[in-house]
Design a protein around this ligand. Structure first.
Ligand SMILES: NCCCN[C@H]1CC[C@H](N)CC1
Length: 292
């Protein structure tokens, strides 16, 4: 360990570790589920770390939060009821709230400490909790979805950590089945789907499961997030049987200033061109994902 530096060492990305220079550690705690840490980085703003894994930094969180929210919501005509699983930092809520058609935003986050820490140290991310349409449930997303009546949501966003720790079940088949049941016909789900450079096997399994469960379209998109391992992160975009969804061409575009208010800053990353481009894959990934 180099003094004054944080290195993200994990068996999920063996032999490599992204490092950030640390100015000051701002919070360290242990919740019922994981270790929680916040530090001030020299060049990335404040950083949220769970069990030694970077969840977000102030400098590049826009890439992930904007893409995971707008890839699904801009692909259907008028999303009204949205569910976020995970996402306790509030960043995805901030992005969902930009869509004026949305009437209800349920969020189910298992770890209350993540919510509290985000409100204290990341006000521009936790601002999402201030939207009056948001209903916060603290609990396990797997149990929450089992209790949801069939066909309730237009869109479900699974903003999870990695499949080691509290989020493990969010990568397994039964969970995807409960997501499909909770969506209306032609409803959409977008899940955090790891890195094509590091996790092709995990992605292969997720795609195979999704193709069995979601009878609409099943696509993989990806984007760049400098502080995530290998600098990229992907998303599974799936729709249930019903009105067809073409994820690659946003029919419900959002522009930089939609939903803007004094607290809500303009979009920094997402736009309609990068929406379509996100589905273009390198051949080594296309071969696996399109063949499943
Ligand atoms: N809302 C915070 C983002 C959580 N998703 C991250 C994806 C990449 C992982 N290595 C860590 C969590």
């Amino acid at each position: 360990v180099i003094p004054g530096w944080f290195s993200e060492i994990s068996p999920m990305w063996p032999g490599e570790a992204h490092s950030l220079k640390v100015e000051k550690i701002l919070f360290q705690g242990k919740s019922d589920y994981q270790n929680v840490m916040v530090f001030q980085a020299s060049t990335y703003g404040k950083v949220l770390v769970l069990d030694g894994v970077i969840q977000l930094t102030e400098r590049d969180e826009c890439a992930y939060q904007e893409m995971i929210a707008h890839l699904p919501l801009c692909s259907i005509p008028s999303p009204k009821k949205v569910l976020v699983i995970g996402g306790g930092d509030g960043g995805v809520l901030r992005e969902v709230a930009r869509h004026s058609s949305v009437e209800q935003i349920d969020i189910c986050e298992i770890d209350k400490m993540v919510v509290d820490v985000s409100k204290q140290f990341f006000p521009d991310v936790a601002v999402g909790f201030e939207d009056p349409r948001v209903v916060l449930h603290i609990g396990d997303g797997v149990a929450f979805l089992k209790a949801v009546p069939e066909g309730t949501y237009d869109a479900i966003i699974v903003d999870s950590s990695d499949p080691i720790g509290p989020a493990q079940e969010l990568f397994e088949k039964p969970f995807f089945e409960s997501v499909a049941k909770a969506l209306r016909p032609g409803g959409v789900v977008c899940t955090q789907a790891e890195s094509i450079w590091l996790h092709m096997h995990i992605i292969e399994d997720i795609v195979a499961n999704c193709r069995q469960i979601f009878k609409g379209s099943v696509n993989y998109a990806w984007t760049t997030v400098p502080t995530y391992p290998s600098g990229v992160i992907g998303f599974m975009l799936c729709s249930t049987e019903g009105p067809p969804v073409d994820f690659k061409h946003p029919i419900n575009p959002i522009d930089a200033n939609d939903g803007r208010s004094k607290t809500m800053k303009p979009l920094k990353f997402y736009n309609s061109e990068i929406h379509s481009a996100a589905f273009c894959l390198p051949s080594f990934a296309k071969k696996v994902i399109d063949s499943k």
